[in-house]
Design a protein. Structure first.
Length: 125
């Protein structure tokens, strides 16, 4: 019976090693998929942010022109638009704790979400 025990333990050891290797490979794939999902979300956010910045700049220029036409003074047009941005900045500054919590929750949910949620609810193919 000695040889049978040796064979059993060697076979079990080999199966455990294969299982561990497969689990590590699965962990690598899951990490890569989550990292790719987070990276693509960040890249999309960056692209949307840049496009939004261009739109805001254009609207700001139009607002300056509009207020300059109403007040007949370019300086007042710039001052009005700058004051609007200062008010907006003040509001965002006062809400910074809420915004910080929102963004940290968003990043955590992206990292710990299921893979089908990363693909906008579409099942993996």
């Amino acid at each position: 019976m000695e040889p049978d025990k040796q064979g059993f333990f060697k076979e079990t050891q080999q199966l455990v090693e294969e299982y561990i290797q497969e689990r590590l490979l699965l962990l690598k794939y899951q990490t890569a998929e989550r990292t790719a999902g987070i990276g693509s979300s960040l890249l999309l956010g960056l692209c949307l942010g840049l496009l939004s910045l261009l739109v805001v700049l254009l609207i700001s220029a139009l607002g300056v022109y509009f207020f300059a036409q109403i007040t007949r003074n370019w300086y007042l047009g710039f001052i009005i638009i700058t004051a609007l941005y200062a008010v907006f900045l003040f509001i965002v500054y006062m809400q910074r704790k809420i915004l910080r919590k929102y963004f940290s929750d968003l990043i955590i949910s992206l990292f710990f979400s299921d893979t089908h949620e990363l693909n906008d609810g579409e099942p993996n193919k």
